[in-house]
Ligand binder design. Structure first.
Ligand SMILES: CC(C)(COP(=O)(O)OP(=O)(O)OC[C@H]1O[C@@H](n2cnc3c(N)ncnc32)[C@H](O)[C@@H]1OP(=O)(O)O)[C@@H](O)C(=O)NCCC(=O)NCCS
Length: 200
């Protein structure tokens, strides 16, 4: 099966994710133009200090070339169809999906909406065949890192980037052999595993 046909079949299996109860609404995959338009509308409310797309590459050719890899863009809507959040990421290498950006409008945070969509998104990436999911966060971004820790991510490093400042790198393993290798290289048995790590 061609890659695009496989992706579409799997998207149908996992999305839209329906959010029950107080957090009613949906999370669903969209194309780049739809994503940009929707996210540009709410970006300033999620990140009040930043422009929507502050880093603009010089070369349209390079942007086009880079766009060839697998990219996923999810919008999260409330029950009235208003976009209240997003997730977006791309293939980092043939084993790894990089979860590049996410955000919820402040009034929709701390309601487990992001958590439900993250969980389904991870199931989907696992089903696609990825072995690892990575992300990067500012060290003060407690909410993002706590959410990821709860879903089995662990810390794998730190980078210093002129665009984003200091960034803590996190990784999630779908496969036991990846986690075992991580443990073999970095494990420290005296620390007990939490429930989400133990379950992975
Ligand atoms: C990151 C973000 C999307 C997470 O969404 P959220 O609405 O805060 O997360 P949820 O309500 O789904 O919470 C997920 C879990 O993390 C926990 N959590 C989130 N923030 C927390 C905090 N500051 N302290 C303790 N626990 C926290 C929740 O209790 C919940 O745990 P539970 O499932 O056991 O109940 C949201 O905070 C956001 O938009 N932040 C601003 C943009 C941003 O920083 N994006 C990421 C850039 S890397």
């Amino acid at each position: 099966m061609e890659f695009q046909a496989m992706i579409e079949e799997k998207r149908r299996k996992f999305f839209p994710v329906r959010l029950a109860g107080g957090a009613s609404g949906t999370g669903y995959c969209v194309d780049e133009a739809t994503f940009r338009e929707a996210v540009t509308d709410i970006y300033a409310s999620v990140f009040p200090e930043r422009d929507a797309y502050p880093y603009r590459p010089k070369s349209a050719h390079l942007v086009k070339e880079y766009a060839h890899g697998h990219v996923e863009r999810l919008l999260i809507e409330n029950a009235e169809g208003k976009v209240v959040g997003w997730l977006k990421g791309r293939m980092e290498d043939a084993n790894t999906f990089y979860l590049g950006t996410s955000g919820m409008l402040p009034e929709y945070r701390a309601q487990r909406i992001a958590a439900v969509v993250y969980a389904r998104f991870l199931e989907y990436l696992d089903d696609l065949g990825y072995e690892r999911v990575t992300s990067q966060h500012h060290p003060h971004n407690r909410s993002a890192m706590i959410l990821q820790l709860k879903y089995g991510f662990t810390f794998e490093g730190m980078s210093l980037d002129e665009r984003w400042g200091p960034m803590v790198k996190m990784v999630h393993f779908f496969d036991g052999d990846r986690r075992a290798e991580f443990e073999r290289r970095f494990g420290f048995e005296q620390y007990p595993k939490g429930p989400s790590e133990a379950a992975v």
